[in-house]
Design a protein around this ligand. Structure first.
Ligand code: 3PG
Length: 301
């Protein structure tokens, strides 16, 4: 059977090689597509994507499609209701790229607190407070690395028991207000859903202690940008760092060149290791699903 791999956001070549090997070993044919997924997907049984949009138009065109695997964590780019209506199983590959995202959190934070290496004295992360907003796979990796930096780590996650956080050496928080009030650094790891979109703005950011920093390696949609801009205007000590550039990036960079830091493209999961882990996991999941309906990581149940 044909399996389409969308590469508009490229996988490292070594990951593409690995994906091809897994698919071919199971008797499938890998087809790569950079653009025009609608045409390419027509006779494919499987589809592997990163952030490419998989919507009704794609699914209407994909008459033989049985499974879509998002090689990564967030699946807000896939229309789950349409997938269910089309009888298509959608899965993600939880945890496979999370270390890469977590490492970037610290790469960006060090760049920020060392004043972008401009020769002036910056600050250190050691002994500072870090609040993790959602203690999932990325959040746990962020906690592990933060402890190496000597930070004091706490986290908010209604799905995780207090004792499990405590066992990890993390202080559990029980409300967003408590999280933002008690941590100089807050790292966002919530998915973009109808409930979380625009959920972080001035009301939370203004709770941050002095010299507060919000870092977002999750999704730009979870930020209420107008309201964040108001918080940055009201609090001259607050800074915003994001791997998921806001729509207002240009305006914010012009107004606050030293207080905002954005990657030019979303880079969190852009490592060879993450591409290999997520890409090969996705290929294996497609193979297993096409073989016997395996659906352990299905997200549209
Ligand atoms: C994810 O949801 O897995 C990360 O945000 C990485 O996304 P990407 O594959 O589009 O870089």
């Amino acid at each position: 059977m044909k399996v389409l791999v969308a590469t508009s956001k490229p996988f490292a070549p070594v990951a593409v090689k690995g994906i091809k090997e897994v698919l071919e070993a199971a008797g499938h044919e890998m087809v790569l597509v950079e653009e025009d997924m609608i045409k390419a997907v027509a006779d494919c049984a499987g589809l592997i994507v990163r952030s490419d949009i998989v919507d009704k138009d794609v699914m209407d065109a994909a008459k033989e499609l049985k499974v879509v695997v998002r090689a990564g964590a967030g699946y807000d780019n896939i229309d789950l209701a349409e997938a269910t209506a089309h009888g298509i199983c959608v899965m993600n590959t939880p945890g496979q790229n999370s270390n890469a995202v977590a490492e970037l959190v610290f790469g960006m934070l060090v760049t920020l607190v060392r004043n972008r290496y401009n020769g002036t004295s910056g600050t250190e992360l050691k002994d500072k407070t870090l609040g993790i907003h959602a203690y999932g796979q990325v959040g746990r990796n962020v906690a592990r690395i933060a402890k190496g930096f000597g930070m004091k780590v706490s986290a908010l996650d209604p799905w995780v028991k207090d004792e499990d956080m405590v066992a990890d050496g993390i202080t559990p928080m029980h409300s967003v207000e408590e999280l933002y009030q008690n941590n100089q650094y807050v790292s966002l790891h919530i998915p973009a859903t109808e409930q979380t979109k625009k959920s972080v703005g001035k009301a939370l950011v203004e709770l941050l202690p002095k010299n507060g920093v919000l870092i977002n390696t999750a999704r730009k949609e979870v930020i209420d940008e107008e309201s964040l801009a108001e918080a940055l205007a009201a609090r001259e000590d607050v800074r915003y760092v994001a791997d998921v550039k806001p729509d207002m990036a240009e305006e914010l960079e012009a107004k606050y060149p030293e207080r905002v830091l954005f990657t030019p493209k979303k880079m969190g999961a852009q490592t060879a290791e993450a591409n290999i882990n997520a890409g090969i996991a996705a290929a294996n999941q497609v193979v297993m699903h096409l073989k016997d309906g395996w659906n352990r990581f299905q997200v549209n149940k």
